[in-house]
Design a protein around this ligand. Structure first.
Ligand code: PLP
Length: 240
């Protein structure tokens, strides 16, 4: 796609980076999906990117997301956008997540998984779930410790209204490609252990604007990209 406005150009550039990463690492061109992270941007930005062809959007902040989902649904119901919750989840806020999202990438404890399953409306498909792993071990980060991830994933797998898809990681930021790659390699090896235990997992959600190439090299199947699509966020992303 030759871009006419900045958003179209950014979209084409990100898709080209993903395709180049797939080629370079001998992966099929459709092995990596783009999740457009639209946090802090309004429904107009989402709908403009949807007009470029994007359908899957990721959100971190619940109230902001609920307003946006509702606005986009009212304005363009025919688009059938797919919404992914990728932010920290408080256990008293699970119901709207279970009601309004297609995917949750940030399940990091059993209590949250149980509540999401209990609260998933029977009229909807099972909620697609990734277990978030705190790979860098930073105390401030969400995510379960790597040594607990397989057990938590098995619990998710056993819940009736959740469908376990795989793992999500949000490593500590680094400008060093080798360090990026090493962190993603650790997630990949955990994913391989998980796949040995639960063969139907298929998703490794990792890689952002600054490091999606390293993540694709290590087997990412969903990259979550905000800044490279929508530009710099005014409101600093809250620590998560
Ligand atoms: C904000 C965010 C992203 C996107 O980060 P960019 O650097 O803007 O691409 C991805 N994943 C999570 C969990 C985020 O909070």
């Amino acid at each position: 796609m030759s871009g006419h406005n900045p958003l179209q150009r950014n979209y084409a550039d990100v898709l080209a980076r993903i395709a180049a990463g797939c080629r370079q690492h001998d992966r099929p061109l459709d092995a990596v999906r783009l999740l457009a992270v639209s946090k802090t941007f309004g429904p107009d930005a989402v709908l403009a990117l949807a007009d470029c062809g994007q359908r899957a959007f990721g959100e971190n902040y619940l109230q902001e997301a609920l307003d946006k989902i509702s606005a986009c649904g009212h304005q363009r119901p025919e688009l059938r956008l797919e919404w992914h919750f990728i932010g920290p989840i408080q256990s008293n806020k699970t119901r709207p997540v279970a009601q309004h999202f297609d995917w949750v990438h940030s399940v990091d404890r059993e209590r949250i998984a149980q509540r999401l399953s209990d609260q998933r409306p029977p009229t909807l498909e099972p909620l697609q779930v990734c277990v978030q792993v705190n790979i860098s071990g930073e105390a401030s980060k969400s995510g379960c410790p790597p040594q607990d991830a397989i057990a938590l994933a098995r619990q998710v797998h056993a819940l009736p209204r959740l469908r376990l898809r795989g793992l999500m990681a949000l490593p500590e930021p680094s400008d060093d490609p080798l360090h990026q790659r090493a962190q993603y390699a650790a997630v990949r090896s955990l994913f391989e252990q998980l796949r040995a235990a639960v063969p139907d997992v298929d998703t490794l959600s990792m890689g952002m604007s600054a490091d999606l190439d390293a993540a694709i090299a290590e087997g990412a199947t969903i990259v979550r990209v905000g800044t490279a699509l929508f530009g710099t966020r005014d409101r600093p992303a809250r620590a998560c």
